[in-house]
Design a binder for this molecule. Structure first.
Ligand code: 13P
Length: 247
């Protein structure tokens, strides 16, 4: 049976002092989680987070990775560097990177491949804008985004995690209804099934204003295997409540 995964995406938040408090509070509350738990921290804090969480139930994640191995790519972080810091998961293709850094489907797919080649599990984000949903394009958009990743990763696709994050639900306090989320997750599952016999083992996370109050219902849906949590992952009690809702 696959375990659910609750991953916190800290985005561009934190400081050496606040990270230490947050991680220590999480470790105190995390004695025996029923699910896998990770924090995806800004890359400058990977060393600090690695030291704080070593040999604990908390896994380390990054928020982006270069599609290249090394060389003249100022500002980029390579998958080998992430691996050096004990990174287990790496978010790729978050909508904020697609939107503000103009990452294309092909680049996101290449980043997923780059992570996989170094034994890091990519958390591939897909999701539609409100305008796309309103004109009935949700399925088309998420399938196009996932197809690019399936196309270049072949049989390795069974090693990825997918996160469905409707852009209109991110940081807005508006959550997709359980029905809306499950419907898209079922579409993604079917697409993965056509690509690999192991699709049932691939974890599909929901992200977008997930909180302590709505996590239980979302995580009870048949194709929702965890959460990618933004704002609520910055508050230990809220994040621990979401973790407690996952079994
Ligand atoms: P919020 O939980 O703050 O809506 O963010 C979701 C998200 O973007 C996680 O990657």
């Amino acid at each position: 049976m696959k375990k659910k995964l609750i991953a916190g995406n800290w985005k561009m938040n934190g400081s050496l002092s606040s990270n230490e408090v947050l991680i220590k509070q999480l470790l105190l509350g995390l004695s025996t989680p029923n699910c896998d738990v990770a924090v995806c921290v800004p890359s400058v804090f990977l060393g600090q987070a690695q030291a704080l969480i070593q040999s604990s139930r908390l896994d380390l994640g990054a928020q982006d990775v270069s599609m290249y191995e090394s060389g003249a790519f100022t500002g980029e972080v390579s998958p080998a560097m992430l691996k050096d810091f004990g990174v287990r998961y790496c978010i790729v293709g978050h909508s904020e990177r697609r939107q503000y850094h103009f990452e294309t489907d092909a680049q996101v797919a290449a980043k997923a491949r780059s992570a996989l080649a170094h034994g890091i599990t990519p958390i591939v984000c897909v999701g539609e804008t409100l305008a796309e949903r309103e004109v009935g394009k949700t399925e088309e958009v998420v399938k196009r985004q996932l197809a690019a990743v399936i196309h270049i990763n072949g049989h390795c696709i069974s090693e990825i995690v997918v996160a469905y994050e409707p852009i209109w639900a991110i940081g807005t306090g508006v959550t997709a209804s359980t029905g809306q989320a499950q419907q898209v997750h079922a579409v993604l599952r079917a697409q993965l099934k056509a690509a690999t016999p192991h699709a049932d083992q691939i974890r599909l996370l929901y992200g977008g204003s997930m909180n302590a109050a709505n996590a239980g219902q979302l995580l009870a849906q048949p194709d929702i295997d965890g959460g990618l949590v933004g704002g609520a992952s910055l508050k230990a009690q809220d994040f621990l409540s979401i973790i407690a809702a996952a079994h």
